[in-house]
Design a protein around this ligand. Structure first.
Ligand code: SF4
Length: 280
């Protein structure tokens, strides 16, 4: 099966670089039939289909590398795309890889149990944005469909085992974004945070990324929400009531997920998300 691997994963499995993440990242091949305005995989994007956010992905046959992946990585993360039979292909991929932890992004809701049965233990959901931004961003399903999917995912995988991907800076208000994070934690899911990254060739290529100051606030709120402190206690008059420190700025996601340099160049003076490799 042909798959795309993130540059970090690809260079390690082909023996060209040291391993700098404990998660192996893969992306289904062929581009996505969705029309999300910020995404390089979308049909609206003229960016090459081997890019996702600012990361370049490389094509390889999974069968050639499944052993090396299974024995060297703690987690395998498969990013799905909407295309015919993507779910069946994703299931075969997840059967082939034998890492202890396996994460999958969105698949049809009535198939979640099949993925659980082949060892998938975490679900990533690309909700991406707030309800008011759904039409502008062009998400493929309604906001309520995603929220129902998240609820069902929590029922099947368990509390804290569903990571909802949210992109800060697509044009939503700060309040809307913070309230959505609270809603997600109320359901028993978690938030994996991304900073909007304009990608050349997408309809949003000329939009600006969020301010680092606001992103730090969002990261800090996410950190405290994930530890059970409600938003009502975290914010007063638009200001944080609790201290913010660098441990709150680590990449958020499934265990060992660090998505190195996903939102910023390795030469960026201050990254949005600190991956473990950067922390070391
Ligand atoms: S949080 Fe990380 S490991 Fe989990 S699904 Fe998202 S990208 Fe994959």
């Amino acid at each position: 099966m042909k798959l795309l691997f993130s540059s970090g994963t690809f260079f390690f499995i082909t023996g060209k670089a040291r391993k700098y993440s404990n998660t192996a990242y893969a992306l289904q091949d062929g581009g996505c039939q969705g029309k999300c305005a910020f995404c390089s995989q979308s049909t609206l994007s003229s960016a090459p289909k081997n890019f996702l956010s600012r990361v370049k992905w490389y094509s390889a046959n999974l069968e050639d590398f499944s052993d090396i992946i299974s024995s060297n990585f703690m987690r395998f993360c498969l990013q799905t795309v909407y295309k015919p039979n993507f779910d069946e292909e994703a299931l075969e991929i997840m059967k082939t890889v034998k890492t202890r932890g396996k994460s999958i992004t969105t698949v049809p809701v009535d198939e979640l149990k099949r993925f659980l049965n082949v060892g998938v233990d975490y679900l990533g959901v690309g909700l991406d944005t707030t309800e008011s931004m759904f039409p502008k961003v062009g998400k493929p399903f309604s906001f309520s469909t995603y929220m129902d999917f998240i609820r069902e995912g929590v029922k099947i995988f368990g509390k804290g085992k569903v990571f909802v991907h949210l992109v800060f800076g697509l044009g939503e208000s700060l309040d809307e974004f913070l309230n959505l994070m609270q809603e997600i934690y109320n359901i028993g899911a978690e938030v994996a945070l991304f900073a909007f990254t304009p990608v050349k060739g997408t309809p949003m290529e000329n939009n600006s990324p969020p301010s680092l100051h606001q992103y730090r606030l969002v990261q800090t709120v996410r950190y405290y929400l994930s530890r059970g402190i409600p938003l009502s206690k975290l914010m007063r008059n638009g200001e944080l009531t609790l201290p913010s420190d660098s441990t709150h700025y680590l990449t958020s996601g499934c265990p060992t997920c660090d998505r190195p340099f996903y939102n910023e160049s390795p030469t960026a003076p201050i990254p949005y998300n600190f991956s473990v490799v950067m922390k070391d």
